[in-house]
Design a protein around this ligand. Structure first.
Ligand code: CUA
Length: 163
């Protein structure tokens, strides 16, 4: 009985050790981070120094198969830009990040529902086929001003402006 117990403990300990070694090796070699693959990282303390987020808003795409890139900074307790006009029918890649805490980024009436996390840039590809307005809401509790965090997408005919 004593002998079997010893074997059992050895087996348990060594399988745990083996598991940790495999985990450690794969973490280092794969460069794994808590972020899902394909998600870009950004230093949350230097979001404002990043060209893309200096004056966030709609810009014509210079690469990829989309028409526009739409950059948003979600911070306590506002979104920048506070309102965006998007030409109807455009294919837009939305990029969102946060310089402070985790915020939500839900575009009402669309499938866009992301988290804006400090250190990460969340993206979503969306084609806006119907003219109209979409409210943007924060759906992650982020503090006293949580309920006041809103922005708006206006899907319009013709040209664009950025606020
Ligand atoms: Cu930002 Cu809730």
């Amino acid at each position: 009985m004593h002998k079997f117990e010893k074997i059992w403990i050895t087996l348990g300990t060594s399988s745990l050790a083996l598991f940790l070694i495999i985990l450690g090796i794969s973490a280092v070699h794969g460069g794994h981070t808590p972020a899902a693959s394909g998600i870009e990282t950004i230093n949350p303390e230097h979001v404002r120094d990043d060209e893309r987020f200096k004056e966030p808003g709609l810009v014509e795409a210079t690469s990829g198969d989309h028409d526009y890139d739409l950059y948003f900074v979600a911070s306590a307790f506002m979104y920048e830009p506070g309102e965006v006009e998007i030409p109807v029918g455009s294919k837009v890649k939305v990029h969102v990040t946060s310089p402070d805490v985790v915020h939500g980024f839900q575009v009402v009436g669309t499938n866009i529902n992301m988290m804006a996390e400090p250190g990460l840039i969340s993206t979503y590809d969306m084609t806006f086929d119907e003219p109209g307005e979409h409210l943007i809401l924060c759906n992650e509790y982020c503090g006293v001003g949580h309920a006041d965090m809103t922005s708006k997408l206006k899907i319009v005919d013709g040209g664009t402006t950025n606020d």
